[in-house]
Design a protein around this ligand. Structure first.
Ligand code: NI
Length: 165
């Protein structure tokens, strides 16, 4: 396993649509392992392949429970609404308020290309939606309500620390 470089806003690769994974290869499995190592090293709760420069529909999320790998994910159901602070490893030091579904159901494939269905609420649902958008070349800053803030000023306001994905 190895750490990969996290691309940051302004890098064109983050604006591109990722391609479907047709077949899980040893190389892509290594990518998944590297993505976990990179995400944990950066203390994030999610990471998408384009954030490490690979335009494939692969994403991971770990909010501290059970780590999730999703290949070719598709959101099939959403419900409710949550508004809260959000951050992104590709937009370091920034936080913004974003409204997301409070519940999400996603289908896709795991690291071995077995079909999986994941249901999540609250922070996990937020992180999953955030990562799916990365696969379509979108960053959360596009949907921030109000202005993009510096992470340290948000902490000063005691609104709580935002998780980065
Ligand atoms: Ni992100």
């Amino acid at each position: 396993m190895a750490l990969r470089t996290i691309r940051t806003m302004g890098d064109e690769i983050l604006t591109k649509r990722c391609k479907e994974v047709k077949e899980m290869t040893p190389r892509l499995k290594e990518l998944v392992d590297d993505m976990f190592e990179t995400m944990y090293d950066a203390e994030g709760v999610g990471l998408a392949a384009p954030q490490v420069g690979i335009l494939k529909r692969i994403m991971i999320v770990d909010i501290g429970e059970d780590p999730v790998v999703l290949v070719n994910p598709q959101i099939v159901d959403t419900d409710g609404e949550q508004t809260g602070n959000e951050g992104c490893l590709s937009v370091p030091g920034k936080v913004g308020k974003v409204t997301r579904p409070n519940y999400v159901k996603i289908v896709g494939f795991d690291r071995d290309m077995n079909p999986v269905e994941i249901e999540a609420t609250e922070l996990k649902a937020r992180a999953l939606c955030h990562e799916v958008e990365h696969l379509d070349g979108h960053l959360y800053v596009e949907k921030v309500e109000g202005r993009l803030m510096n992470a340290d000023e948000v902490e000063a306001e005691e609104e709580g620390e935002a998780e980065e994905a």
